[in-house]
Design a protein around this ligand. Structure first.
Ligand SMILES: [Zn+2]
Length: 258
């Protein structure tokens, strides 16, 4: 049974606050900066459409998970710079794998639709914090940042998709607040219309490092619950992933009025 609990946002907020990232001075290495510039120039040659930054959530195992970083510019609140995601209850997939699989398909679809794309990662073996993910998009001058994730819950009956947006009182992104809400709204509606997954709506949060450090409109898409058998089986299916990507791209088109 599909259900999306009211108050889920609060529960999720608390749960995700523990699982989402944390780090420190968060400077990209020279190698990463060069790689970012190369990706940008390749994308720039493809077209002159809006530049979309895609951030596939998490990373593979083997990284040092101990570092922390402030959850907003000037913030005293420190969060883990790297975080382990959830995993599929029937698919056996780890979230970082699903996030990248879908993100790579999304990259190709957006380029097909005339967008330029920059990726924060295209491999699992990478140490890149939530601040650093924002910096890749900020330094590239991206028009929007899409953070691709899947959800987890202790209650396997909880299902559905949601997007995240800051509140109107968020001190870090007040200048892009309205655009963030529009992006989150356009994305979740188009995604759920395409996939038929339950629409949990917009989750309002000011705790996300990967939102608070963004210079451009940003949202986190939680594509569904990997802890729910129905959602997990749906998202793990290759053909369904093509539909998911169509939905996300439709949301991007809606945002840009294309
Ligand atoms: Zn995640």
């Amino acid at each position: 049974m599909k259900k999306c609990l009211k108050g889920l946002a609060l529960v999720l907020g608390l749960a995700l606050a523990g699982t989402y990232g944390v780090c420190v001075q968060a400077m990209l290495t020279e190698e990463e900066q060069i790689a970012g510039r190369q990706q940008k120039s390749e994308a720039a040659e493809a077209d002159d459409g809006p530049l979309i930054a895609i951030d596939p959530g998490h990373q593979g195992p083997g990284q040092d998970m101990s570092g922390v970083e402030p959850n907003g510019p000037g913030s005293d609140i420190m969060k883990a710079r790297l975080a382990t995601g959830t995993s599929g209850c029937v698919s056996g997939l780890d979230e970082y794998e699903l996030d990248l699989d879908v993100s790579l398909k999304l990259r190709d679809e957006l380029i097909k639709r005339g967008y330029r794309v920059i990726m924060t990662r295209e491999t699992h073996d990478i140490d890149i914090s939530n601040i650093e993910r924002c910096q890749v998009a900020n330094e590239a001058g991206a028009d929007i940042l899409l953070r691709i994730h899947a959800n987890g819950s202790e209650d396997s009956s909880v299902s559905g998709a949601l997007t995240a947006a800051p509140s109107s009182s968020n001190p870090y992104v007040s200048d892009i607040y309205e655009d963030c809400v529009k992006l989150a709204d356009d994305l979740i509606n188009a995604y759920c219309e395409a996939t038929g997954l339950y629409n949990c709506g917009i989750w309002v949060t000011d705790d996300m490092t990967g939102i608070n450090w963004s210079d451009m409109p940003v949202t986190i898409l939680e594509m569904g619950f990997m802890t729910n058998p129905g959602d997990d089986a749906y998202m793990a299916d290759e053909e369904n992933q093509d539909i998911m990507v169509q939905g996300i791209a439709n949301g991007v088109d809606a945002y840009f009025g294309r």
